[in-house]
Design a protein around this ligand. Structure first.
Ligand code: KG4
Ligand code: ZN
Length: 337
């Protein structure tokens, strides 16, 4: 069964093709970093317009990459929540139109659930139950993936997402976007113990994340307590590479500690990592080093960590196999719940 997966939930136009249950044939993405760079964040109107301009071309590219034609499709999966409404609507409209035109089953996919199962495309032995850590520009959360129908959120961030924090620290360090890879590259030449940045804790919930305090601590360290984002760096500030490395270590420590605690509580044998921040090398290294015997840590390749259509096709295939079908007037929702 050939399943098409479409994701236009934020600023990436993504189309994937999957031979069910797990064989990925194509994964095409058109990013929009260049379009939003000048605005310091994703502009919803610009994002949805760009999706509308690009989605059919990205679909054509995915078909070409897989060596298949539209006529070969057996089902259509599309992200319908959570995300920017105008952006989601473009992908969902495309998916609905295709399903109608070709008489194919349609299924709506939850974007974060797709991140949770993405690693299954590359780890044939990975199966439910497992715990997933999803860390991206918009989300930082832990999920108990009990079976196909039961993916439950265990904890989330009470303020910023981890990736958002990397992006904001990149701005403070005068680096370009996306900030995660830029900060990480700079950190490679730095000392992670140079600056003692705080490891935030949420009193009521040891699994909950918090990243706004860390961002502010970096700001104060670089600019002094009264300094704004545009102020020059203060004389006593550590070298930028040391600041980057110390920040990265603090950000990663928070993810590693909670992910391992969640896996311990759930008693699972597999811990899966997803979302753009899963590409981070220190996170990969530290999580593998700290995992207890008996816990397998699964990282998808970088292309499957970031937003992509392949993970949507995979999740769609799971839901279709479980009997799920969406009506042709499938709706979009901004929220995950
Ligand atoms: O999942 P994603 O592609 O898009 C969403 O946010 O949904 O994640 C992008 C985020 C950005 O905040 C980016 O800075 C971060 O993931 N990121 C990284 C790395 N690569 C991407 N953060 C830390 N280290 C990296 N190597
Ligand atoms: Zn995402």
């Amino acid at each position: 069964m050939l399943v098409l997966g479409i994701d236009t939930s934020c600023d990436d136009t993504a189309v994937g093709l999957l031979e069910a249950p797990r064989r990925l044939l194509a994964n095409e993405v058109a990013t929009q970093y260049d379009l939003h760079a000048a605005f310091g964040g994703v502009v919803p109107e610009i994002a949805s317009r760009a999706h509308a301009e690009r989605v059919t071309r990205v679909l054509e590219r995915a078909l070409a990459q897989a060596g298949r034609r539209l006529e070969d499709l057996d089902a259509v999966a599309v992200t319908h929540r959570p995300g920017l409404l105008g952006s989601l609507m473009v992908g969902v409209s495309a998916g609905r139109a295709l399903a109608l035109a070709r008489g194919l089953p349609l299924v709506g996919v939850h974007h974060i659930e797709a991140h949770c199962v993405a690693a299954m495309a590359e780890h044939p032995d990975l199966d439910f139950p497992f715990v997933a850590l999803i860390a991206s520009g918009g989300h930082t959360a832990l999920y108990a993936c009990r079976d196909v129908r039961r993916i439950e959120r265990l904890a989330t961030t009470i303020d910023d997402a981890a990736g958002e924090c990397f992006d904001k620290v990149a701005v403070l360090l005068g680096l370009g976007q996306p900030g995660g890879p830029a900060v990480s590259r700079l950190a490679e030449g730095g000392d992670p113990r140079a600056v003692a940045f705080p490891r935030a804790r949420v009193k009521e919930d040891p699994l909950a994340f918090s990243y706004s305090g860390l961002k502010t601590a970096v700001l104060y360290h670089l600019k002094g307590p009264g300094g704004g984002r545009g102020a020059p760096n203060r004389a006593g500030a550590a070298r930028p590479a040391d600041v980057a490395a110390s920040f990265e270590q603090a950000a990663v420590d928070g993810l590693v500690e909670r992910a391992l605690e969640a896996a311990r509580r759930e008693g699972v044998a597999d811990l899966v990592v997803g979302g753009g921040v899963a590409a981070n090398r220190r996170l990969r290294h530290d999580l593998l080093a700290a995992a207890p015997a008996g816990l397998r840590v699964r990282f998808p390749s970088v292309a499957l960590c970031a937003d992509n259509g392949g993970m949507v096709a995979l999740r769609g295939a799971q839901l279709l196999a479980a009997g799920e079908r969406a009506p042709l007037d499938l709706e979009v929702y901004a929220t995950g719940e």
